[in-house]
Design a protein around this ligand. Structure first.
Ligand code: PAF
Length: 290
């Protein structure tokens, strides 16, 4: 337990969260927000650690946002483990406040009637190509969480790299006065990126899953060795994933700064390889910097 922090408290209403954060503001304490959908694992805890090194107070929001799930996606099956999450956070002592609002508080007029954020074109590429509207839904809830919590810093994980780039863009474009920071991916010993959805994998699929990261590392190595035929590299990686048992959604070489397509000229510095692939019921995403 981090002795400098008070025991974990919970806020489940708008007035409770505003009151708590307001009391910190009165004493000029800075606040970091870590937005999550709960079912917390070691990957999330690294976000909380990062948050606590950057601000006086850490708020972890837990809200499974219906607006970012398409009708056929796993909203109803998504693990809901608030009591376990709170127990874990209390034991860790990193977070000061858990904010777990009700859907009617986040969307007072209902999700169907919400005022939404429309994200730029990048939101319909990569993960957005197979999840139309997903990033609009993410942005719509994160903007609300920022407005409710009014943090100084927003902490996001790099596993959802496209989400990070798009939210950074939203914050700049809407001129929100909040700093955004990203935290590196946490991996299992065999390289699999930590994710709530890993629990959807069967034992056999779990053995295959690390091959996604291994393939991305192979792509990174060939780019470092000077290969600039990105399309060929991407196609080879997709085929290798298919052969391993995945149903790949995409493997792409992009610029890390804005996820734009690189022109294939010059050095590979500043590039990132991003991928998404289905393995059984789990849609896994991962990325490596070149
Ligand atoms: O990354 C997630 O868990 C979610 O997309 C987020 C940022 C909490 C918004 O619902």
């Amino acid at each position: 337990m981090n002795e400098s922090r008070v025991p974990l408290q919970g806020a489940y209403t708008m007035s409770a969260i505003r009151e708590m954060v307001g009391s910190w503001r009165l004493t000029h304490q800075t606040v970091a927000l870590v937005p999550t959908m709960g079912n917390l694992h070691t990957g999330h805890l690294s976000l909380m650690e990062d948050a606590s090194s950057r601000a006086d107070r850490v708020v972890c929001s837990i809200f499974i946002n219906p607006a970012q799930f398409a009708p056929e996606e796993d909203f109803s099956l998504y693990p809901r483990t608030l009591a376990e999450d709170e127990a874990l956070l209390a034991e860790q002592g990193i977070v000061d406040l858990v904010f777990a609002p009700e859907e009617r508080d986040v969307y007072p007029f209902g999700v169907e009637n919400m005022v939404g954020v429309t994200m730029p074109e990048l939101s319909s590429q990569l993960c957005g190509a197979s999840r139309p509207g997903h990033f609009d839904g993410v942005a719509s809830v994160v903007l609300r969480l920022i407005n409710i919590v009014s943090p100084d810093i927003l902490i996001l994980g790099e596993k959802d790299y496209q989400q990070f780039v798009l939210l950074e863009r939203m914050i700049k474009d809407l001129q929100l006065s909040i700093q955004v920071e990203s935290t590196p991916i946490q991996r299992e010993k065999d390289g699999l990126a930590m994710s709530t959805r890993n629990q959807y994998l069967t034992a056999d699929e779990r053995r295959i899953a690390p091959k996604l990261h291994a393939e991305l590392e192979r792509v990174r190595n060939s780019l470092r060795e000077g290969d600039q035929d990105y399309q060929a590299v991407e196609a080879r990686a997709s085929l290798a994933l298919e052969t391993a048992g995945f149903d790949p959604d995409y493997v792409e070489v992009r610029r890390a700064a804005d996820l734009g397509r690189p022109n294939g000229m010059g050095s590979c510095e500043g590039l990132i390889v991003v991928a998404a692939a289905w393995l059984g019921r789990a849609r896994l995403i991962d990325n490596v910097r070149v």
